[in-house]
Design a protein around this ligand. Structure first.
Ligand code: ADP
Ligand code: MG
Length: 658
């Protein structure tokens, strides 16, 4: 029996003892969700039922790949796709009413070897980051075998009543409300953040924690978020790939547990216009195999200097690859959130805090490197650890903030898989580390003192990357202008942001590091654009349906009520000029709405063909979205002027306060 067979045998026994009847390769296609196809352990052998799970079944499976997006890499007649066991992520058991399933984390590739999932590039980027960081540590005189990026994703979400949710088809179909007038009291009063958690949410959170731990997901933190019925949970950080897998599992679990409790969880970035949106703050760092955090300033002078090197590499990577990082968080949902004045803007910048910025500036403005080295080293024990204190005053407006011993990538959307943005971040930092390693190597060969050489390289990296550092208010208009002066990219909408994926420079990077081939990036670009186009179509169609079958009929009734009231007043000889004026305004709004319905319909009908996805995306942004905005404006005004009892959809007030 081969090793794989032995492992498979042990896994099967372990799973079956706990009631498993089926197994599945669980993978992450480019839809952004997860996929699984269950097979029973039960098999037939000479007409007799036996339980069978061999090494080859563990290692590889062949789900039909034709209905997963491939971005044109695979024609439907060659639909074969293969899943392969990812032994770096633990298998787990998923229990349901009837039994349980042995779930095997897997990668997903096509017959020709093209990458069809989010996990394969993630694992490759981790390999590259590790290689580059190990080399750097070696040059610093520290032997490390492996460096692993770590991730602790803070997950924000809304939790609302299910009976209200099912009466909002927009929430059900598109994940966000396409109609709805914002309540007078949203989060404006800011009394919700970290407030007492209500009993309903608390019971849900407790169940979520219980079930999550059963799956091996170490959920640790829970609290209220800024908006009513908005919450956050966070696990203890782990190796990046495991944490990504577990966040995908967690989102599924969140939906299921909410449903079981007559609740609905909203993971969309912006379920409610005008109300705080949701992110997934990706806390990211790197550690060696002993668990030492490379972004921890450390306690000794040597550690301080090393820390500065890795910090410099992150800044350099984020600066150089800002457009790529922006592409990694680009999707229809996040467009509503980024730059909406309650989330970071579309400009990628890094927050360091005053203390660290001062240290790096001192290095840059160079009094001699030796002098700075002395300062850093002499005060090292006190100075760098004090970075933590400095960061207690967090900059909540930054998309990428240093928080004492890790970076927090806050611009990631709440619904999205962390795998893609983390792949891009790993790669950006790996590239910077490689470049800096070259420079360090050259200096050391030339016989420079090690500390001095390290600080010189940090200085050069910081000199290049300094424009990406911004400690001020990211929400301000002044920053947008300043960022433009600094030459930082500011792509406000998804289609523009995605272009970074198909730049020659990006393709060269991915190819050099063996993460994705150029045509695989082309495919990803297409897939993301198509997803964007489709999501906007879905929202628009849903909006039209709700307006025509719900909002307008309610408005006719309100209009009739008003007209009847006027007739009756007149018959009674009463003054009713004010009502007449109201009726005129109301009727005008109805006419607006009808006109805008037509505009949205035309915008849908007039869109370029789906295959021309870039042109279609331009149309969606320039024509469809503004038309939807106008229709929404008219309908939301109607809602505010209509008898509550007549309005067919639960209001923002009901959704957010009941
Ligand atoms: P906050 O004050 O932002 O909530 P926490 O310390 O609670 O900060 O951390 C938030 C998340 O960051 C948690 O998931 C935590 O496990 C994670 N985290 C802490 N240290 C690291 C690290 N070195 N690498 C990655 N994630 C980390
Ligand atoms: Mg945090």
């Amino acid at each position: 029996m081969g090793l794989a067979d032995a492992v498979a045998q042990a896994m099967k026994e372990w799973a079956m003892e706990r009631g498993a009847t089926h197994f599945t390769h669980w993978f992450q296609p480019l839809t952004g969700a997860t996929a699984e196809k269950h097979d029973a352990f039960l098999s037939l052998c000479d007409g007799k039922a036996i339980e069978r799970f061999s090494g080859s079944m563990l290692i590889q499976a062949e789900p039909d790949a034709s209905s997963f997006p491939s971005g044109g890499m695979r024609s439907t007649f060659e639909a074969r796709g293969y899943t392969a066991w990812d032994p770096t992520s633990p298998a787990f058991l998923v229990f349901d009413e009837v039994g349980c399933t042995l779930t095997i984390p897997s990668v997903f590739v096509s017959y020709t070897g093209d990458v069809l999932d989010k996990k394969t590039p993630l694992l490759r980027s981790m390999r590259e980051l590790s290689r580059a960081a190990v080399r750097v540590l070696g040059l610093m005189g520290r032997r490390a075998r492996r460096v692993t990026p770590t991730l602790g994703p803070e997950q924000e979400y809304f939790l609302i009543r299910r009976d209200l949710y099912v009466r909002r088809p927009d929430l059900e179909v598109a994940g966000r409300t396409v109609l709805g007038s914002a309540p007078p009291k949203g989060q404006q009063l800011e009394d919700n953040y970290f407030g007492a958690i209500d009993a309903r949410a608390l019971e849900y959170m407790a169940a979520l924690e219980r079930e999550a731990w059963k799956l091996g997901i170490p959920l640790k933190t829970r609290h209220n978020e800024v908006a009513p019925h908005q919450y956050e949970c966070a696990p203890i950080f782990q190796a990046l790939n495991i944490s990504c897998d577990q966040n995908q599992m967690l989102m599924d679990l969140m939906r299921r547990l909410a449903k079981e409790r007559g609740l609905a969880v909203l993971l969309h970035e912006k379920p409610f216009a005008g109300v705080n949106g949701s992110g997934k703050h990706n806390n990211w760092s790197m550690q060696d195999e002993t668990g030492r955090n490379l972004l921890d300033p450390g306690r000794s002078p040597e550690e301080n200097v090393e820390f500065l090197f890795f910090l410099g590499a992150v800044l350099r990577g984020v600066h150089r690859r800002a457009a790529l990082l922006r592409a990694g968080i680009a999707h229809a949902g996040n467009d509503h959130r980024l730059g909406a004045n309650e989330a970071p803007p579309a400009i990628i910048s890094a927050f360091l805090g005053d203390r660290l910025t001062l240290i790096l500036d001192t290095l840059l403005e160079g009094r001699t490197v030796a002098a700075v080295a002395e300062e850093v080293i002499q005060t090292g024990v006190e100075v760098l650890p004090a970075v933590r204190k400095d960061n207690s005053d967090r900059n909540r407006t930054s998309p990428f903030a240093f928080t004492g011993n890790k970076f927090e990538f806050r611009a990631v959307g709440s619904s999205q898989s962390s795998a893609t943005p983390m792949t891009y971040l790993n790669l950006a930092v790996a590239e910077a580390l490689d470049e800096m390693a070259e420079q360090l190597d050259a200096r050391l060969r030339a016989g420079e003192d090690r500390t001095q050489a390290i600080l010189s390289v940090v200085k050069e990296a910081y000199a290049d990357a300094k424009p990406v550092v911004f400690n001020g208010d990211n929400y301000s208009e002044a920053w947008a202008q300043e960022a433009a002066r600094r030459g930082l990219p500011n792509e406000r909408v998804t289609p523009g942001a995605l272009k970074a994926l198909i730049e020659d420079d990006t393709k060269a990077l991915f190819e050099r590091y063996g993460v994705l081939k150029p045509h695989e990036l082309d495919a990803r670009y297409r897939i993301e654009l198509e997803k964007f186009n489709r999501m906007l179509d879905i929202e628009a169609v849903q909006m039209l349906r709700m307006v025509k079958t719900g909002a307008l009929p309610a408005a006719w009734r309100q209009q009739t009520l008003l007209a009847d009231a006027i007739l009756k007043c007149e018959a009674a000889g009463l003054e009713c000029a004010a009502q007449r004026e109201e009726l005129a305004i109301y009727t005008g709004l109805i006419q607006d709405a009808i006109r805008f319905v037509d505009e949205v319909r035309q915008a849908l009908a007039g869109a370029p063909d789906e295959h021309a996805c870039a042109e279609k995306a331009r149309h969606q942004v320039a024509v469809l979205r503004p038309a939807m905005g106008r229709l929404r404006g008219a309908c939301d005004t109607l809602e505010r002027r209509t008898d509550e009892a007549l309005w067919p959809f639960p209001s923002y007030h009901q959704l957010l306060f009941q």
